[in-house]
Design a protein around this ligand. Structure first.
Ligand code: AMP
Ligand code: ZN
Length: 113
């Protein structure tokens, strides 16, 4: 784990965060700057920089991540959601511990680029 990774510190509880859901390999917490009524981040407990790296290294952890996103969307909204991974600075990634944005709770627009 990189010593300065905020999301690793969330996983280890070194930095407190309220988890809204968790499973064996992933945890979920509210985004600090929500873009929709439902905006939760799902992250693996282990540190990987982006979703492609996670998929290659630990497919089961990626499956747990997606399952947790689905669970959160069902528990907190109507089960309809967008699951978004920004990969790299040009895509808007600002935190380099892979995280899926679970976005929903309203009729979403589509301006992806
Ligand atoms: P990205 O730009 O795709 O890397 O997404 C990073 C996300 O992390 C942004 O949506 C931020 O609002 C969110 N974020 C940054 N710091 C925190 C924090 N301390 N707690 C919760 N979410 C955070
Ligand atoms: Zn990390």
């Amino acid at each position: 784990m990189p010593a300065d990774c905020l999301f690793c510190k969330f996983v280890s509880s070194e930095t407190p965060v309220e988890l809204v859901a968790q499973n064996q390999r992933a945890v979920a917490f509210n985004d600090i700057n929500p873009q929709a009524p439902l905006h939760v981040l799902v992250i693996p407990r282990e540190h990987y920089v982006d979703v492609g790296t996670l998929a290659a290294a630990d497919p089961a952890a990626l499956a747990d991540l997606v399952a947790l996103a689905q669970q959160v969307a069902l528990e907190q909204s109507d089960g309809q959601y967008r699951l978004l991974f920004n990969s790299g600075p040009n895509a808007g990634q600002s935190v380099y511990h892979v995280h899926g944005h679970v976005i929903g709770g309203k009729k979403l627009g589509w301006t992806p680029a």
